[in-house]
Design a protein around this ligand. Sequence first.
Ligand code: HEM
Length: 395
Amino acid sequence: MLEDAATKHMPLDWLRQNAPVFRDTSSGCFFLTRYADVRHLLTERHLKNSDLAEKGSFLDKAGRPVNPKRPHERDASMGYLDDPDHERIRRPIAQAFAKRFSICRPTVERIVAAHLDALATETVFDLVSAYSIPVPLKANALMIGVDEPDLDKFRDWTLDGFKMFQTERTDAETTAMNDAHEGFASYFERLIGERRGQPREDLVSDLLAAQASGVPITDQEIRSNCVSLIAASIMTTTDLISSTVWLLLHHPEELARLKDDPKLIGSAVEEALRVAPPVESEWRIMSRDLEIAGCPVHQGQVVAVSLLAANRDPSVFSDPHRFDISREQRPHVSFGGGEHICIGAPLGRLEAQLAVGAFFTRFPGATLAAPEALPKRRPTPYFPGLAELAIAVQR
Ligand code: HEM
């Protein structure tokens, strides 16, 4: 983010210039920071889940199951699969998702409006908890098939489950995290049984219909990927909503341009995605030996890529640290690339555009309640979204 220029971007800028293929000995993985290398690695066919993975690398260390009651639950999740299983599972989910996405707009608008109504009399509020979390949480969970009365439970599970990305946890947090993952799994187990008997207009029912028509996807694969869709879709979009609002309030001249021309909302969200990607890094396991920027990298070695550093590479983006909502070229890599490219990018974009656009229409006088304070971030290094954002509204 912009306020961190001195502490955060200087190291990334330094690495990009001086050590574009950096080997971190503590995690055992390479770290790429140049746009061209990042894009190339993401779009090539490498691996996500392979016995080839170098022993002692961060994959070994981070590979512990998050739900001890179902240690193999994550094995079926598309983000951790390679072909042919990845393609087999991703295709029907992508088809079901595309169908649901094509009709989701009125629901998202309704949820956005309801949350803005609820804030109508507030003069100071936390945008993250009151708006950025519940809007994508409700829209995405309902789209997948969660019953409306269960949304509060899903909110708790989502927040507790996300603790898997913290580098440190208390015992109580670990217990809550494990309970959340088991809660998700048993919930979807039950839901799959119910929807099989009584289908509804949701993604779970679509996947069961595909399964019944012969598409090779098991109940466990549907369940595991429903949990992944929840995990992948909510906090990412939450962070995009929060960071777009924060960046606009922090750059009044850009906000003024948006207010003059609300059609710039798509462009404002893309620029927020570029300068503050909700997912800052991705990784692949090398499928073969390769030379990256003159450095030999071997099959099985783990290579992490900094999406944040790539998005601010001056060889691609002029004045890269500047937040400019009318930039002409913005080929950011915030949704990754290649066969694992984010399946939900259109939804994340749409929800952020609707949520941020409607927010500034409803509250044109909104300001940061503590303009001088650095925003508080979550303790999740790869997803360091805003933990809270106090907003003041002039009435
Ligand atoms: C602003 C919001 C979002 C951002 C920034 C984001 C970012 C990403 C990134 C960086 C990846 C990894 C891509 C790679 O490895 O190359 C990814 C994968 C994924 N995302 Fe998103 N995401 C967002 C929203 C969503 C939504 C709304 C959904 C679902 C409805 C979703 C579902 C997924 C899934 C299932 C994957 C794994 C795809 C695969 O491995 O084949 N994401 N996302």
